[in-house]
Each structure stands twice: as C-alpha cells, then as structure tokens.
Ligand binder design. Structure first.
Ligand SMILES: C[S@@+](CC[C@H](N)C(=O)[O-])C[C@H]1O[C@@H](n2cnc3c(N)ncnc32)[C@H](O)[C@@H]1O
Length: 310
C-alpha cells in the first residue's frame, strides 16, 4: 500500500477561524490522513472531542494510525452528507471542517483510478465498498447524459464531442483503464487545441467522472445546511473547495443561510418566517498565501469559505 502523504491545505487559516482550545467539540467531515485534525487535536490538549469522518477506508486507516495518541477523538467511516446519522444525537459543535475533493494519497495511488498520468483500472470510488465504478458508469452512460455531466461538473467545452467519441470507442471495445479514457478525450479534442492546453486535456473529464461516481455535488448544498444546524451559536464551519463549480455551491448555500427569506422580493413584510441562521466571515472566499502555494502547488486552486452560526 502507498504510504499516506497529504499536506493539509490552508491549515493556518483553518486554525485561525476554528480557534481550537481545550474542551471544544469539532467534526472533520473529510478526515483524509488526519492532517487538519491532528492540528486541531494538538491544540485541544486531550480535552473535548473531535469526530473525524471519511468515506475512504484507506484514509480511515491512515488517520487512525496518525491520531492514535489522542484519546479525545472518534473516527467514523461514512459520508459527511449524512452528518445527522453519523454524529451522536444531541451533539452540537464548536466547529466543523470540510476539505473537499480528493486527497494526494488517492491521486498518487494509481490503482484507485483517479489519475490520468498512470494506466490503472477505472475505479475512482472514494468508498470502494459501495457504488458503481467509473468503468461501469462509462460503459453504460447515455451519450447525452455524459455530455451534460461534462458541462455541469467541469465546464468542458468539448463535452458533446467527448461524449460522442466515448460511445463510438466503447462499441469497439469497452473501456477498462484510465488510459482508455484519456484516449477517448485525445480522439475527441482537436490536436491543435490539445497542444495549446496548459494542463492535461483529460483533467476536466476525469473531474466530471469522479464527481458523478462519488455523487459529490448534488447533495452538497443540503449537507452544508445540516452541518450549520449542528453548530452551537457562534460555532463555525470552514469549507475548502478546489474548483469553481464546488465553490459556487458553497457560496450560494452560505448566502441562503444569511438570507433564507423566500417571500417575493417586492413583498412589504416577510411572511415566510425564515430567519437568518448563518453569518459569512472573512468577506467571501479566502485564498492561500503565495508562500503556501510555493510550498504546496496543490493549494493553488483552493478557496475557503467560513460561516458562523447565529
Ligand atoms: C482533500 S482530502 C482531506 C485531507 C485532510 N483534510 C487532511 O488534512 O489530511 C479529502 C478527503 O475527503 C474524503 N471525502 C470526500 N468526499 C467525502 C464525503 N462526501 N464524505 C466523507 N469523506 C469524503 C476523501 O475520501 C478524502 O480522504
């Protein structure tokens, strides 16, 4: 098994906003290797409780080992979207953290199928104990559904051509590996366009497939509401995203917490009765420092948004 390696992104900013001190209660919805959680636990001095959740068994194993000397933690295998079922009833949090996306460990373990740099079976499931693999999805998805997913989850401008090529190529031979998917993208995007692309031409397609396979975005907005409702008044939720589609969902969800009123805009008084329950901190998206980006290039596209429970 590949050794677990992941540098926690925007760690200073997370510590600043969550302000961990002894006795507080936190939940980390994306535990990964326990990088952020270990920083929180160090400052909690053995008092209080940290609930660490991840849907990936490899992450759970790595974090359990890393955090083994901290008695005040509970590690839970599950999907953070299900926070209400995962946390004990009645527990309210001083802070929550959601650090979205894949870990460096998932990307750097070829057999997980997340990377377009290595030829490996097309899996891409974060939780390998359930759900359909990227291979099953790609060999069965309808052309128009795939094109739609590419638009919606990665802003891929060659979506229709890639979807058409997928159907053509899988008729010849069903897709098996990550390089089969790279070949579909290569065949769909004109060579001159690919040559001008500063990143890997398949990166957007891989992102979209990963989002579909792991059902990452559709339940996110609702999940954020559940998390904020689990905070004590004054408790804070930090959410770190790595692409604009994810960030937009977080931004809009936080805006609705600040102003949940659904009365018609011209109504003289509010009759829906929905009251604000979240206050946005930090003036919007908080970005990593130049120094952090120099040290950890994976932090480059990170944005953190923070909401405080009213
Ligand atoms: C960017 S990494 C987190 C790294 C972690 N903050 C650290 O410092 O080590 C994202 C992690 O979140 C997990 N994950 C992503 N979506 C999830 C979900 N809906 N529920 C639970 N875990 C999820 C992934 O399996 C991965 O381990």
């Amino acid at each position: 098994m590949t050794a677990y390696h992941h540098i926690p992104v925007m760690a200073d900013e997370v510590i600043e906003y969550l302000n961990p001190t002894p006795g507080k209660v936190f939940a980390d919805g994306t535990l990964g290797g326990g990088g952020h959680s270990s920083l929180l636990l160090e400052r909690m001095g053995g008092e209080g409780m940290l609930y660490g959740i991840d849907r990936d068994h490899a992450a759970i194993a790595a974090a359990s080992e890393r955090l083994k000397n901290h008695p005040n933690k509970t590690i839970i295998h599950g999907n953070f979207h299900d926070i209400n079922a995962l946390l004990p009833e009645g527990v309210l949090l001083d802070g929550g953290l959601i650090d979205l996306g894949v870990s460096s460990h998932q990307l750097d373990t070829p057999e997980r199928g997340f990377s377009y740099h290595e030829d490996a079976p097309l899996d891409m499931r974060m939780d390998q104990s359930q759900g359909i693999t990227a291979k099953d999805y790609l060999n069965t998805v309808a052309e128009k559904d795939f094109a739609q997913a590419l638009y919606a989850y990665s802003d891929e401008r060659w979506a229709t051509r890639i979807a058409k090529k997928l159907i053509e190529m899988r008729k010849e031979k069903p897709l098996q590996t990550t390089f089969d998917l790279v070949r579909v993208v290569d065949a769909a995007i004109p060579k001159a366009v690919r040559a001008k692309d500063t990143g890997h031409p398949a990166r957007r397609t891989f992102q979209a497939v990963r989002i579909v396979v792991n059902e990452e975005l559709d339940p996110l907005s609702r999940a954020l509401e559940h998390w904020v409702v689990r905070l004590k008044p004054g408790g804070r939720l930090c959410v770190i995203t790595f692409h604009s589609i994810e960030d937009r969902i977080v931004k809009q969800a936080f805006a609705r917490m600040k102003n949940p009123c659904i009365c018609p805009p011209k109504a003289p008084v509010c009759t829906c009765g929905k009251k604000p329950y979240g206050k946005v901190l930090g003036g919007g998206a908080i970005k990593p420092t130049k120094k952090e980006i120099e040290i950890n290039s994976r932090s480059q596209s990170a944005k953190m948004r923070v909401v405080e429970r009213i």
